[in-house]
Design a protein around this ligand. Structure first.
Ligand SMILES: Nc1ncnc2c1ncn2[C@@H]1O[C@H](COP(=O)(O)OP(=O)(O)O)[C@@H](O)[C@H]1O
Ligand SMILES: [Mg+2]
Length: 241
């Protein structure tokens, strides 16, 4: 599955979500490519930290791509990985459009605040444009840094569901210090110790709802070994003169 974590606004949680997805999918046994398509290089820095701090390394491969290369390289790499997660920079850039051209799912984190919600029309327009050449593109928005209470979540949800090009996920991520604490240490929030059970459950709920990790592995399974006695050339016939 190719998941582009995007949106036109900065600071909404794109890098947080894409790095958490990469780690969680890799930990479930999938071969994951994380593409850092943002000049800020957050996903790359996060991965460097993991590679330096963990004996077994990051657990996934990370490359940086931008502009048209997002399309051309991902098309070439697609058969080699089970999942590709793209951390897209903010703005209506060539990288964002490229990611939308190759993705199965466009995943858009959005805080339930007015400035964030105001970008929805731009996001919907990007999706509609991308669907001309990528008609299978699924576009899902979820509330990140959602409030524990108050009417903002509901107001934002109402505006999101009014956009026919986008669907709203049930999963939400709360506004929790653990997300930043984990990222700073090069960890997914599920790896944080002491554990934050609420944050872990939220992010796992998001992974489950988007069906990530549930798709068939893209790589051909290893060929089964020939059963004993069924080899076409027995050792006897090979050694016979
Ligand atoms: N659910 C959350 N709760 C609390 N802080 C969050 C949450 N999601 C992201 N953040 C913090 O918000 C800031 C911006 O997140 P980031 O993932 O870098 O956004 P983007 O990549 O969209 O610019 C970071 O400091 C990050 O730790
Ligand atoms: Mg980022």
């Amino acid at each position: 599955m190719i998941i582009a974590v995007g949106g036109t606004k900065g600071g909404t949680g794109k890098s947080t979500v894409s790095t958490n997805l990469a780690v969680i999918l890799a930990a479930s046994g999938r071969d994951v490519l994380l593409v850092d398509a943002d000049d800020q290089g957050t996903a790359g820095d996060f991965t460097t930290m993991r590679n330096q701090s963990r004996e077994d390394g990051a657990g996934y491969t990370c490359i940086a791509l931008k502009g048209r290369a997002v399309v051309t390289e991902i098309m070439r790499l697609r058969p080699k990985y089970d999942d590709i997660v793209i951390d897209v920079g903010a703005g209506e850039t060539a990288s964002q459009k490229g990611a939308l051209a190759v993705a199965d799912l466009y995943l858009v984190p959005m805080a339930p605040r007015s400035f964030d919600v105001w970008t929805l029309e731009k996001v919907a327009a990007l999706v509609e444009d991308a669907r001309v050449t990528n008609p299978k593109l699924d576009a899902a928005v979820f509330l990140n840094r959602a409030d524990a209470s108050g009417s903002e979540n509901e107001a934002a949800a109402e505006i999101i569901t009014a956009q026919p090009a986008l669907r709203l996920l049930k999963a939400t991520l709360g506004n929790r210090k653990s997300y930043a604490r984990a990222s700073t240490a090069g960890l997914a929030v599920t790896e944080l110790r002491p554990a934050d059970a609420k944050a872990s459950a939220e992010v796992r709920g998001l992974v489950a709802e988007i069906g990530a990790g549930a798709t068939r592995k893209t790589k051909a399974p290893a060929k089964p070994k020939a059963k004993a006695g069924t080899a076409t050339t027995s050792s006897k016939s090979r050694t016979r003169r």
